[in-house]
Design a protein. Structure first.
Lengths: 518, 251
């Protein structure tokens, strides 16, 4: 009974905060992948579309190519910046043919994407951003490294730190291995945020970067020449859903205004402002569009390059407290809804398993296996069916919450005071009555402990929802990781930690309330 | 021995778990209003035999009768609601107050007078319902908990009570008090009692007849006097000798 009451109370909390799934007339959804340049380009797309009178919704930092492109195909987003080489190798799965011209690749992907996916490559923006395999200057000098062929010669002595994306993609490490014979002694999977620092500090010897990275110059790195022309041309362009363009042709017209306007130098400078100087994406994008004469920026003063990374963390967070509060609320709603769903499903399942002890361990182990699926993989897996946004995030969190609740419900009712269970049976309670009046109330504190565990884990896991555009406190964490901005990361991570403590505390109270007096 | 009106009767019952026999061709009867004690070591099969009478254990062979009816034809839950039961550790529901614990069987039977029945039963068991009714089992002493367990067994007014080592976990003085209380109660109420115990002295205090069991068989079934004067087997003789020796020393 008390357990039911606790669950109901939780339900009321969730219900009153719900209603976020409802969405009105559809704006143009502009997305980015989780790295600096993609953020800047997407923000430029968004601001330009807004300046031309279109309504825009931003979905920043979507997982990686896999998630962003699937989101585009399924109509969850309408446009995001992509690179032709990535489209050729990672999406179409074509082999790299050394020496292909940029124009040939663009024509090919343009034709194939339209035919296979009804997705349109808008004319290129004007620069290429190829993979740049970089080493410290000292390494390059001492081993006389200039080209990737040079690297292959010594690769077995070097440790690599590559982004997860690069390690798996055919145009990444596997391709490099077959084209050049590059086989590093050790390959570590590093996020962009820590990659360069790991290289600078000597934790690894070689990293993958982008040729337009602001950080390559900052860390004084040497980019090795692709002497066998292994990497295809990576021309940047807006990749748009053809249906969105059919609905509103202005989308293509407006974004084409950017075509051919961004050269490598300009893009690198913009990236540096974001990644090194720490200016906000919004202000960098706005001043870039203004410099190109595409928008008029009224003298609002905020275009001035504010040294955004000065000032304390406290000031940074207190400036953004309204936004952080909104993200925290959304985070909490995600956790509460998924937890409630998990309770509604897992508690009855645990009770049912008590009656089927032979199947129980197998079923519980199966549920436990869900726990071992990496969350990004789970999110990517669900994308075709559930799209992006809050629904797949809820489903993922729900799946991750099942195990501790099922496990505790099952062992709680199974191990409930054997003497009380035996006596209740011997005095004529039916099995159902024993479950309802003896096992369940005695197991309530154990069940609540499982719910509590699930709740705290969900607060942490929910930060990953940012990869599929579900919002919450993961947003600043993902963006901060992409931009190497510690304060931004902390502005999501600290409230998330606090939220975990609060959820734990509240559920601890519920646990105590559910404990029968003894 | 076998009477058509025996309250409890087991006829040549055998129980095996896998290939291991726990009870081997055992027959016992308890006449209406009598108290029979089954005495034996742990593993002798005495609890298994007891649990056949409320159908918690079903024999592989033989028949079990309650009030002259074969329990195989009776629904288990209804049977258990009609028979009182006192386990060793009380088995009170720890999350229910004393009053509710005692109301359990009347409540299961849909008895509207369960409150007054529980109060009567508590009084019979020597506990003031006003003082103890609202306490939780954890707020009682061991002896008080066993009194509640006895009250719970009697609350629905059963004709038959099964007791499994009911006083085994108590200290000597409390045990003796409760034994005397129950001896008095069962004769006053005329309740048929089957008592499982490993303690011959408890059997002497409470039972009209003693069944000595060993390794799933009955060694002897007789009034205590007869066990003492004519032990049927060396095992019974040894059992009596030790119990009397202990008695001699403690008195």
């Amino acid at each position: 009974m008390k357990l039911l009451r606790a669950a109901l109370a939780l339900g009321i909390v969730c219900g009153s905060a719900g209603g976020l799934a409802a969405q009105s007339a559809r704006p143009i959804v502009v997305a980015s992948k989780p790295f600096g340049e993609s953020y800047v380009l997407a923000e430029m797309f968004a601001q330009l579309l807004e300046a031309r009178g279109l309504t825009v919704e931003r979905r920043r930092g979507l997982g990686a190519t896999e998630i962003a492109f699937r989101a585009l195909r399924t109509g969850a987003i309408d446009v995001y910046p992509e690179y032709t080489g990535t489209g050729l190798l990672a999406v179409l799965g074509e082999p790299s043919r050394p020496g292909q011209s940029a124009g040939a690749v663009f024509d090919y992907v343009g034709r194939e994407f339209l035919r296979r996916y009804d997705v349109r490559w808008l004319p290129p923006l004007g620069f290429e951003n190829t993979y740049a395999i970089a080493v410290r200057r000292a390494t390059a000098d001492s081993l006389s490294l200039r080209t990737l062929s040079d690297l292959a010669r010594v690769s077995s002595r070097l440790r690599a730190g590559f982004t997860p994306d690069f390690i798996g993609r055919p145009d990444g490490l596997p391709g490099l291995t077959s084209a050049y014979g590059i086989r590093p002694r050790d390959v570590r999977s590093l996020l962009p945020a820590v990659k360069y620092q790991a290289l600078a500090e000597g934790a690894v010897d070689v990293v993958d970067g982008y040729s337009t990275d602001g950080l390559i110059r900052r860390y004084n790195l040497v980019v090795l020449q692709d002497d066998k022309a292994f990497f295809p041309p990576y021309e940047a362009a807006a990749l748009a859903r053809n249906a969105a363009i059919r609905d509103d042709p202005r989308v293509a017209a407006v974004l084409t205004e950017l075509s051919g306007r961004l050269d490598v130098e300009r893009m690198r400078a913009l990236n540096e402002r974001v990644e090194v100087a720490g200016e906000t994406i919004e202000s960098v994008a706005r001043s870039a569009l203004s410099d190109l004469g595409l928008i008029n920026v009224s003298a609002r003063g905020d275009t001035a390059a504010r040294p955004a990374r000065a000032g304390s963390l406290f000031d940074y967070m207190s400036e953004r407290r309204a936004q952080i509060g909104r993200m925290a609320l959304r985070h909490l709603i995600l956790v509460a809804l998924s937890l409630l769903l998990a309770i509604v499903f897992a508690v009855p399942l645990g009770l049912a398993l008590e009656r089927l002890p032979r199947q129980a361990e197998g079923v519980i182990r199966g549920v436990g296996l869900l726990q071992t699926i990496p969350s990004i993989a789970l999110l990517a897996f669900m994308l075709p069916a559930l799209g992006i946004g809050i629904v797949p995030a809820l489903v993922a969190l729900f799946l991750y919450s099942l195990y501790p609740i099922v496990r505790n419900t099952y062992s709680g009712v199974r191990n409930a005071d054997p003497a009380a269970v035996a006596a209740a049976t011997a005095l004529g309670m039916t099995e159902r009555q024993v479950l309802r009046h003896v096992r369940l109330p005695l197991a309530a504190p154990v069940i609540m402990a499982g719910i509590r565990t699930a709740g705290v884990i969900a607060v942490g896991t929910a930060t990953l929802a940012a990869f599929i555009g579900a919002g919450g406190l993961g947003d600043p964490i993902v963006a901060g990781l992409a931009l190497s901005d510690t304060r931004m990361i902390l502005s999501g991570a600290l409230p998330a930690a606090l939220l975990a403590l609060i959820v734990d505390g509240v559920l601890a109270l519920a646990e105590r309330a559910a404990t029968p007096a003894r | 021995m076998t009477s058509p009106h025996a309250a409890l009767a087991a006829h040549a019952v055998t129980k095996r778990y896998g290939d291991i026999p726990v009870l081997d061709q055992v027959s016992v009867t308890v006449p209406r209003g009598a108290c029979v004690a089954i005495v034996g070591e742990s593993g002798s099969g005495k609890t298994t035999l007891l649990r056949m009478f409320n159908k918690l254990v079903v024999p592989n062979e033989g028949t079990v009768e309650v009030d002259g009816k074969d329990v195989a034809t009776v629904e288990g839950v209804a049977l258990r609601r009609a028979i009182g039961y006192v386990p060793q550790d009380g088995g009170l529901l720890p999350h229910w107050r004393v009053q509710r614990n005692v109301e359990l069987v009347p409540w299961l039977r849909g008895d509207n007078a369960r409150t007054s029945r529980a109060r009567e039963a508590l009084t019979l068991a020597g506990l003031d319902p006003d003082r103890f009714g609202q306490r939780l089992p954890s707020e009682l002493s061991g002896g008080q908990r066993q009194r509640v367990a006895i009250a719970r067994a009697l609350a629905a007014g059963p004709d038959i009570v099964l007791m499994d080592e009911p006083f085994g976990a108590l200290d000597a003085i409390t045990r003796s008090e409760l034994q005397e209380m129950y001896a008095d109660l069962r004769t006053r109420l005329g309740v048929t009692t089957l008592l499982v115990t490993h303690d011959l002295r408890e059997a002497r205090k409470l039972a009209d007849r003693v069944v000595v069991m060993r390794a799933g068989r009955i060694e002897q079934d007789a009034p205590l006097r007869q066990l003492v004067s004519q032990p049927a087997t060396p095992y019974v003789a040894e059992l009596i000798r030790r119990a009397l020796d202990d008695d001699g020393r403690s008195q």
